[in-house]
Design a binder for this molecule. Structure first.
Ligand SMILES: [Ca+2]
Ligand SMILES: [Ca+2]
Ligand SMILES: [Ca+2]
Ligand SMILES: [Ca+2]
Length: 218
């Protein structure tokens, strides 16, 4: 259980995951470095670098933590690692992760390296590396593009509404909680940056989309 708590706390560290993803709010040389070489973090080689690639880092980390590579057993407390993600982990993916996935590493700024985070949680491929990649992905696509397809449009608005409706009604079921859709909305869904993800964001996204359509038509 201790490991899980660290995993979650690493994901919510400000330096790694700002709620507000504009560049001025979280300029970080490590994030800048990822953005400068963005395609080399496409660990599953599907042509895009997105939150799924950040998850692969978490998966790799969980495997190391639980000895999966040795024993073929998975600690199911890492519920974010669903079967679909597990199946996608091939030798090629691991090689790519080993090549570029260690964002915080022994060459990292020593002043920051030890500020509250144990060294052993930094030098290897860890949750904090996933956090940096997630932050870079969020900055690359920007607020509102919850499905990271490069457009802020009606698909994003309906994903936000779906998230909001579920949060209001029954809460998130396990499948939705583990989904990339939920992850994308939770990170990029606060389009109007008021600290909440709700129908206002959906309507602002639709307004943005309508304006963009009008601008294109003119
Ligand atoms: Ca990818
Ligand atoms: Ca690291
Ligand atoms: Ca989108
Ligand atoms: Ca909002």
């Amino acid at each position: 259980m201790k490991k899980l708590i660290f995993l979650i706390s690493a994901l919510t560290m400000c330096a790694a995951v700002p709620m507000n993803v504009s560049a001025e709010d979280c300029s970080d040389p490590l994030v800048d470095g990822i953005l400068a070489n963005f395609s080399s973090y496409d660990f599953n080689a599907d042509g895009v670098t997105d939150f799924a690639d950040a998850r692969l880092i978490l998966q790799y980390y969980a495997w190391n933590q639980t000895g999966y590579i040795e024993t073929n057993e998975i600690d199911r407390t890492y519920t974010i690692l669903n079967d679909e993600v597990l199946e996608s982990m091939s030798e090629d993916v691991m090689q790519r992760i080993l090549a570029t996935g260690n964002i915080t590493n022994p060459e990292w700024d020593p002043e920051r390296k030890y500020s509250g985070v144990p060294e052993s949680f930094i030098d290897g491929i860890e949750a904090i590396d996933a956090s940096y990649i997630r932050t870079a992905v969020a900055m690359y696509y920007g607020a509102g593009d919850t499905n990271t397809d490069g457009a802020v449009d009606s698909l994003d608005a309906s994903a936000v509404l779906n998230y909001y409706a579920m949060a209001q009604l029954d809460g998130f079921d396990e499948e939705y909680f583990n989904s990339l859709e939920r992850e994308g909305v939770s990170i990029l869904g606060d389009y109007n940056e008021d600290g909440a993800i709700n129908s206002l964001d959906a309507s602002d996204i639709l307004a943005h989309y309508a304006n963009a359509q009008t601008a294109t038509a003119e």
